[in-house]
Ligand binder design. Structure first.
Ligand code: CMP
Length: 138
């Protein structure tokens, strides 16, 4: 099990002013911030990041949404980081997210669901490398 996971605070949470509260939840749950940046994904870059979902019906909508405004990308460190972080953010669809999870608190729909969290150690590495150079990690 890797000690690292990758996350993005999505454009809906940024627009709604929840970024600070969400980062506070990461820290209170014991995640150490290894890397952090605010950036704007172009449609090309969003499409590349979510290429794994290219054949899904929601791909176009997902790419459009993820490039609609700034996001915050971060690498987080904790024991069993991927699983621990997915427990913290809750189910992809906020209607199914457990009480106390970040998506329960801040997400509005399955598409606009406040945060992304890597689903495996392998994808955590791929996604972290997509955004951060070695010099940007602490
Ligand atoms: P995320 O964890 O970032 O990874 C893939 C994203 O696709 C997911 O969060 C959702 O925001 C989005 N997604 C999944 N299912 C749907 C859907 N049915 N409609 C729109 N977006 C979806």
């Amino acid at each position: 099990m890797s000690r690292h996971t990758f996350t993005m605070i999505k454009p809906d949470a940024m627009k709604n002013g929840h970024a600070g509260a969400i980062i506070d939840r990461f820290i209170k749950e014991g995640f150490k911030i290894v890397a952090l940046k605010m950036t704007n994904l172009s449609t090309d870059k969003a499409g590349e990041f979510y290429a794994i979902h290219k054949e899904r019906s929601f791909y176009g909508e997902l790419v459009e949404f993820m490039s609609s405004g700034p996001i915050i990308a971060a690498i987080l460190e904790k024991e069993n980081a991927v699983t621990a972080f997915r427990d913290l953010i809750g189910a992809t669809n906020p209607a199914q997210a457990a009480e106390g999870t970040i998506r329960k608190s801040f997400a509005t729909s399955v598409g606009e669901n406040a945060v992304h969290g890597s689903d495996s150690d392998e994808n955590a590495k791929i996604e972290s490398d997509f955004f951060f150079s070695v010099l940007e990690r602490f």
